[in-house]
Design a protein around this ligand. Structure first.
Ligand SMILES: *Cc1c(COP(=O)(O)O)cnc(C)c1O
Length: 366
């Protein structure tokens, strides 16, 4: 237990754990936000209070990520999965080509949507355990963009170096890695991320787009699916997910208070390194991702025995370490260590793993 009344360590891949201080802030402002006599949930999205919230959320995001002025920031509903459709609808003229680097479950879904709009050039990972090295020669000459899944939430892989694409823009699904490490926004044409992993609650998706890529949708593109709509209305064309945006703003404030991305990235590296080190030294647990493709956010591991994995997940939950079951397509266990997971959550899990390993060894010798 984390020491707070009934709170557990929640290793869910998403929606994921949030800092207690953020939840308490929400609680404190719930009934009467800044003397308006109402909660953010009940407030007009056209009110000056809500406009203050959405503007501050964008400013904080720009500051934390160092987003250059020529990039637009949008708050969109529909999850990262809607971006699988919006990206090709806005960036890929009909029947032309886009390149997708296929590294797992999410990239596959993104590719499926793009193939409804045009031709998809697929560059595949040699194995599910690594990220391919991609150079300009591998990419179709007339490709409109190269899509990557920056962190593969299910497979536990991550890009440690970006594909070399020359002047072709990189579009990156950063749902499970946004704000977890230092990146150069200018290396990308467009970044998108559902909020419910590293950024707050479900319901809002952040899109950061080079303004040169906006406004190229076809004439029959539905209004709500055109980036142009969000660009010309500051994400207020219709009612945005106001409460989710408010919590994202609080999360961004929290990240700033932590010391910004550098501090958070260092903490994430430390958390993941500690965990990998333990797994690599243990003879019971395994993670088979290539060392330079290992995710800092989502770490799948297994005992190689379905029976032991099931027992592990059950026993862990009994001690307040919850949501450790791996994705059904991978099996085993998975621990997600997003920004809001304190180091205590990692050491508590390792302590439990040691204890479990000890029990298994003793029973094998009995
Ligand atoms: C969770 C996730 C998605 C899907 O997000 P939704 O917001 O549920 O649509 C897409 N891509 C990645 C990398 C994810 O982790």
């Amino acid at each position: 237990m984390s020491g707070l009344s009934g709170r557990v360590f929640n290793y869910s891949a998403g929606p994921a754990t949030l800092p207690v201080s953020v939840l308490e802030k929400v609680q404190g402002e719930l009934l009467n936000f800044h003397n308006t006599g109402m909660s953010v949930m009940e407030m007009s999205h056209r009110s000056k209070e809500f406009k203050g919230i959405i503007i501050e959320a964008e400013q904080l995001l720009r500051e934390l990520m160092g987003i250059p002025d020529r990039y637009k920031v949008f708050f969109i509903q529909g999850g990262a999965s809607l971006q699988f459709s919006m990206v090709p609808l806005n960036l890929l003229p009909r029947n032309e080509t886009a390149t997708y680097i296929h590294t797992g479950t999410w990239s596959k879904k993104a590719m499926q949507e793009a193939s409804k709009q045009g031709t998809v050039q697929v560059i595949k990972s040699p194995t599910a355990n690594s990220i391919p090295h991609v150079t300009q020669q591998d990419i179709h000459q007339h490709s409109h963009y190269v899509h990557i899944t920056h962190n593969n939430t299910i497979e536990g892989t991550r890009y440690s170096e970006l594909p070399e694409t020359g002047s072709i823009p990189i579009v990156s699904d950063m749902s499970s890695s946004i704000l977890s490490e230092r990146i150069h926004v200018a290396d990308y044409g467009l970044i998108y991320a559902g909020a419910q992993k590293n950024l707050g609650p479900a319901g809002v998706t952040i899109v950061i787009a080079d303004e040169g890529l906006i406004g190229k949708q076809s004439e029959d593109c539905p209004t709500m699916l055109a980036y142009q709509t969000y660009s010309s209305s500051d994400s207020l064309y219709n009612t945005p997910p106001t409460f989710s945006i408010y919590v994202v703003k609080l999360m961004l404030q929290w990240m700033k208070e932590q010391g910004g991305i550098s501090t958070i990235a260092d903490a994430n590296y430390e958390k993941a390194s500690l965990f990998y080190k333990y797994i690599d030294e243990s003879s019971l647990y395994h993670n088979r991702v290539d060392s330079n493709s290992r995710s800092f956010m989502n770490i799948p591991f297994t005992t190689d025995s379905e029976e032991l994995d099931t027992l592990f997940i059950k026993k862990a939950a009994e001690t307040g370490l919850v949501n450790l079951k791996g994705h059904r397509s991978v099996g085993g266990m998975r621990a997600s260590f997003y920004n809001a997971m304190p180091i205590d959550g990692v050491t508590s899990l390792i302590d439990f793993m040691k204890e479990f390993e000890g029990t298994v060894r003793r029973e094998a010798h009995a």
